[in-house]
Design a protein around this ligand. Sequence first.
Ligand SMILES: CC(C)(COP(=O)(O)OP(=O)(O)OC[C@H]1O[C@@H](n2cnc3c(N)ncnc32)[C@H](O)[C@@H]1OP(=O)(O)O)[C@@H](O)C(=O)NCCC(=O)NCCS
Length: 197
Amino acid sequence: MPTRAATSADLDAIMALEHASFPTDAWSPAMMREELVSPHGWYVVVEEAGRLVGYAGLRAARGARDADIQTIAIAETARGRGRGRALLAALLDEAVRRDVHEVFLEVRADNPVAQTLYASEGFAEVGRRPRYYQPDDVDALVMQLDLRGWAHRRAETRGGEPDGGSGRSAALSAAPTPEPVDGADTPAPPATGKGWC
Ligand SMILES: CC(C)(COP(=O)(O)OP(=O)(O)OC[C@H]1O[C@@H](n2cnc3c(N)ncnc32)[C@H](O)[C@@H]1OP(=O)(O)O)[C@@H](O)C(=O)NCCC(=O)NCCS
């Protein structure tokens, strides 16, 4: 399923989907614009008949071995037809190109659909952030993926090499990558907004 890199020209369409998908804790347009233009990020979109029906974002700083899935959403009318998995795979392919080893994400404890998608790609639960999502007061599950294992499985499925191979890092400026969480020692939830994913 074709995906393409997002640009800041996609901001309005992404924000419309953001509000529809995350009604209580959508990011602001300013936050989303920052994500789209950040050299540490990689956002992709999927379209249907010229209309943007999904977006997803990765954060992977230069030289960092860890990356984070920032967000992913598909328009309600376009769900259940492989678009979410295609966007997630596009992010993971980019993480492989950036020589990332481990990918992390947070997902709402009350979102079994997204959890099932992540688990089916090999993410495993490694921690929990109590009351991470505000104002809904919902815990976040922290999930982790061994990216090299994922790339090998993908290459086997495709009968070839994973996209981009390994050892190539994108030309990104240095920036700290969020530390992996260990469920017992969790930081306070963000004051507002949905945080990651
Ligand atoms: C999560 C989301 C992105 C999935 O996108 P999608 O295009 O519907 O998902 P796909 O069709 O690619 O399905 C991928 C997998 O997700 C799981 N899944 C999808 N729909 C599901 C459902 N209704 N029930 C259970 N699992 C489901 C399945 O494992 C599926 O794989 P399968 O088709 O091989 O069984 C989409 O539901 C969405 O945008 N939800 C609202 C926003 C959100 O919750 N984002 C995640 C934030 S962490």
